[in-house]
Design a protein around this ligand. Structure first.
Ligand SMILES: N=C(N)NCCC[C@H](NC(=O)CCC(=O)O)C(=O)O
Length: 442
């Protein structure tokens, strides 16, 4: 029997609010606030642990090395590491913030993963996302690739690909724009790729104000790399008007699990025709649960992250894992209460406090990378990345020991912070048995 695992990103010790993501409303509106890295990491870890208590199997992906000294050197900053930090900060605090961002915590953007039931060679295919739209995210994929290889270890069952070419033509944001629909996790599914822009067709609509981060050409390349076919793929365009209202990824406006797609009425272009294609390719019943604008506006969806929820299968039906902000937004809370009275597969809603991440535009679904695994594939996963009570205790103590409880942009230039981060990550690679995945260890 196959299971779906969620791999949550452990929030790194430099978590801060730098306003780096134009098009992401929360990132811009919380710019320059002081952050609390310790609270951020604990909130994420507690959410992951709570999901294990609900009966799910949960993994953890390690954070990356920041401030990223080896990449700052590539920009011509020289001298001691303290000099490099000072020069970069004096040149531009925003530049140093980009090279210090803990943005890899949003592992929905780490990669796209196709389970073995869908691929021609019956391997699990993994492609790290190039994230080229944002400078601070474009520096993630090399280390992401190493961490994914140290996590999904067995080469007999996992096929790791390189990220797509780092050019806007192939802008790729990973699983945030990819949903797999299936009847059971181990049956062949339909992989739904949602894109914001079609580069080879300049006549197709695209957003006017904010960037469309995912291109059709990137999604199609991933489908080819993953050995998917036209029978089990559907490519759908995200509504450009909603991207212009802050829906910077598809997972801010829809979420799917098994044979359910929970979505906002304004999420897509050409919705009905594409849903017919999904129905026809699935060959089994699909529940499309539409949230009308009259019940939740786009503004409410963006501020509450109603769709950046996790839709998970529990023993007694599907549940929505929502951020507290959904409970605090009256229209959204009313909608979710009503949803539970309707005859849909969704039977429960659980609310979690992930505010530190939400303030940078990352809800529960951003914090996790999903993968459906057969039992022999689960055996090929690094066991120290699977969240047990013991790993939870170690990580919680590790956070307590190494993390600050307040951080501002100015602190990023503090050479002591660099020492603290490296000491912490060095210890983490031992706890999680990752090997030398960081540049500073090589
Ligand atoms: N929807 C998904 N799957 N992911 C959310 C990613 C949030 C992230 N925020 C940031 O990178 C903000 C960083 C800052 O401003 O400090 C982003 O915009 O890429």
């Amino acid at each position: 029997m196959a299971i779906e695992m969620n791999f949550d990103g452990l929030v790194g010790p430099t978590h801060n609010y730098a306003g780096l993501s134009f098009g992401n409303v929360a990132s811009l509106s919380n710019a320059n606030q002081a952050s609390n890295p310790k609270a951020a990491a604990k909130q994420g870890l507690q959410k992951a642990k709570a999901l294990t208590e609900l009966g799910l199997t949960q993994g953890i992906l390690a954070p990356q090395e920041r401030p990223f000294i080896s990449q700052l050197k590539q920009l011509g900053f020289t001298g001691s590491e303290a000099d490099i930090l000072k020069q970069a900060y004096d040149y531009s605090p925003t530049l140093l913030a980009a090279y210090s961002s803990a943005s890899c915590m949003w592992t929905a953007n780490a990669a796209t993963i196709s389970p073995s039931a869908d691929t021609a060679d019956n391997k699990v295919h993994i492609t790290p996302a190039n994230l080229i739209e944002k400078l601070h995210r474009s520096i993630e994929f090399e280390t992401t690739s190493r961490i994914l290889k140290s996590t999904f270890v067995d080469e007999n069952v996992f096929a790791h690909h390189d990220a797509l070419p780092a050019h806007p033509f192939f802008g790729d944001e990973g699983a945030a724009n990819h949903t797999r629909l299936c009847s059971e996790y181990d049956s062949k599914g339909v992989e739904l790729f949602v894109y914001g822009r079609e580069m080879t067709n300049p006549h197709r609509s695209f957003p006017k104000h904010f960037p469309a981060r995912q291109t059709l050409e990137a999604s199609q390349s991933i489908a080819r790399l993953h050995q998917l076919t036209t029978d089990n793929t559907v490519f759908m365009q995200q509504n450009p008007d909603t991207i212009d209202q802050g829906v910077f990824h598809n997972d801010v406006i829809s979420v799917g699990n098994r044979n359910v797609l929970f979505y906002h009425e304004q999420a897509f272009v050409d919705t009905e025709r594409k849903f017919d294609e999904i129905r026809q390719k699935m060959g089994t019943e699909v529940h499309f649960i539409k949230v009308p604008t009259s019940e939740a506006s786009i503004e409410d969806a963006v501020s509450s992250y109603l769709f950046n929820t996790q839709l998970v299968s529990l023993s007694d039906g599907m549940a929505i894992i929502a951020p507290k902000e959904c409970e605090q937004t009256p229209a959204v809370k009313a909608y979710l209460d009503k949803l539970l009275t309707l005859d849909t597969p969704i039977k429960a809603v659980h609310y979690f406090d992930v505010k530190q991440s939400m303030q940078n535009g990352g809800g529960p679904a951003c914090l996790r990378l999903r993968v459906a695994l057969q039992q022999q594939e689960l055996a090929g996963v690094n066991p120290n990345t699977i969240l047990t009570n013991e790993l939870y205790q170690s990580l919680d103590a590790w956070i307590e020991k190494h993390y600050r409880d307040s951080l501002t942009i100015k602190d990023l230039a503090d050479p002591q912070l660099l020492v603290e981060c490296r000491t912490a990550l060095d210890e983490l690679t031992q706890i999680m048995n990752l090997g030398s995945v960081y540049d500073f260890q090589r």
